[in-house]
Design a protein around this ligand. Sequence first.
Ligand code: FES
Length: 158
Amino acid sequence: MTTHIEAEDELVLKRQPFVPSLAVFHCRWCLPETDLVRSFLPPEVAECSTFITLNCTARMEAEFAIKAFSEGFDGVLVLGCEIGECHFRTGNHQAVKRLALLKKMMSLCGVYPARLGFFWISPYDEDAIRKNVGSMVHGISSVGPFKYGKTWIRPRPR
Ligand code: FES
């Protein structure tokens, strides 16, 4: 039986190099400037990505990521304050739990889990941010486009 992940891997062989599009959610307390966040991505990726500012990553609902995937984005990136530095004290702790669970669910659904990236960063360590974001983009680039898009989330039959 072929799993979705294996099916995605087969696509890698047939596909041309492509530029992934990301939905980037970033906390406004550690990264208030969208232009700065944009600069962490390769220019061609930033060009076809969208950027959403959150008041805290605690506001990052799993539904936002699912909606982004269903709209056709190839990946979802969440950037929040370092653990222990959240302006609302435990907002990023809640986000970690929620996003880790979503990642597991993605894996069970046959979606390459590295399509969802979340990093808790210091705004002063731009090299680390670039490294983490770059490895996520590289991972998505190697598996290719998110082919399920609108078919991934189907309305419940009535
Ligand atoms: Fe930045 Fe909570 S305020 S993650």
